[in-house]
Design a protein around this ligand. Structure first.
Ligand code: TRP
Length: 335
């Protein structure tokens, strides 16, 4: 696109709670790589959080702050990226409204997340207009910044496909305003949690970026290792049976893994030693993150200022896009 030198990336996260190691290795490590070469917009999707958590809006503001502290602590750099909160940019709501006019309800009802969400979150009433329209709001987020690439997990692909269809439909009806965004699939294996299942807040098996070293030690020491190895003198099978070993693979160098496998199989190494080694490896990797978290916690004004500056930059782009949208819609529409 004319004048746009670097490709533009946009991605968002719902502020549903504290971030854990799964987010770090699954999403944030990738964002850190992308911020080096692309013009990045990373935002907190607080209105999206409201679609499922509208009964508990009081949690959302503190979740926003915690999440942004996590982003900064892991190394998302506000000098390189535009970091903002969705609800600070009211233009998203206007664009969502206009896009909703051209989006057939059948596209939204077909979306797998709509039905799955209703089935999985049975304690909430999710047959709402807002939840059905979730992908329209997401399309507004993406199209507003004319993002070329959108890093997402596989679960978000149907939403992205809808954004592309909505963009094409708008361009067809009113003239070319939007670029058609493409997914960057973050192809990282799911991080195993403390019980071997995928790390997820709802499974209660997570190590959070905000945990202290003591908590990491305690959580790791309570892990179940090889259930078919109740005693030290029984030979283990770490590669096939041990949950801790799944994490060892991510945190220890290959030469240590070899030693562990051979000692465990020969019943010369106990599970406590393995868990201690794992905890210390996680702790040493997290130390710089904790340090930055601590210093950020003492300057709440800094987080506010970063988000205000991000909102200012985002708003400029949003206002310019909306001017084009309105002009395409009202002035050039002659058929
Ligand atoms: N739906 C995304 C999720 O739950 C969050 C999100 C909202 C998003 N708007 C977006 C992601 C735009 C990418 C682009 O993870």
């Amino acid at each position: 696109m004319a004048g746009q030198i670097r490709q533009r990336i946009l991605s968002g996260m719902r502020p549903t709670g504290r971030l854990h190691l799964g987010h770090l290795h699954g999403v944030l490590d990738n964002w850190k790589r992308l911020q080096k070469t692309y013009e990045c917009y990373f935002f907190v999707a607080d209105w999206h959080a409201l679609t499922t958590n509208y009964e508990y809006p009081q949690d959302i503001p503190s979740n926003i702050e915690e999440m942004v502290i996590d982003w900064l602590a892991v190394g998302i750099d506000p000098d390189k990226v535009t970091m903002f909160v969705q609800s600070d940019i009211k233009e998203h709501a206007e664009l969502q409204l206009l896009l909703s006019m051209i989006t057939p309800v059948s596209w939204l009802e077909r979306n797998p997340s709509y039905k799955e969400g209703q089935q999985q979150l049975r304690d909430r009433e999710l047959a709402t207009f807002g939840f059905l329209g979730y992908p329209v709001l997401m399309a507004a987020d993406i199209l507003m910044y004319k993002a070329n690439k959108v890093p997402v997990g596989v679960d978000q692909l149907p939403h992205l496909e809808l954004s592309r269809e909505i963009a094409r439909r708008f361009n067809y009806l009113y003239g070319d305003v939007f670029s058609i965004p493409e997914a960057i699939l973050t192809d990282v294996p799911r991080l195993p949690g403390l019980d071997g299942r995928k790390m997820s807040k709802s499974y209660n098996n997570s190590i959070f970026l905000s945990d202290s070293p003591e908590i990491v030690r305690e959580k790791v020491s309570n892990m179940i290792t090889d259930i078919e190895r109740p005693r030290l003198k029984d030979p283990g099978d770490p590669e096939n049976r041990c949950v801790a070993f799944k994490l060892h693979r991510l945190y220890l160098p290959p030469e240590r893994l070899e030693v562990i496998v051979s000692e465990c199989k020969a019943a010369r190494r106990g599970c406590v030693a393995c868990k201690n080694e794992l905890a210390e490896a996680i702790i040493s990797q997290m130390a710089p993150i904790w340090q930055r978290r601590k210093s950020l916690a003492t300057e709440p004004e800094r987080v506010k200022a970063i988000l205000a500056e991000g909102a200012k930059r985002a708003r400029e782009v949003a206002q310019s896009t909306m001017a084009q949208v309105r002009s395409a819609l009202w002035n050039r529409h002659v058929r």
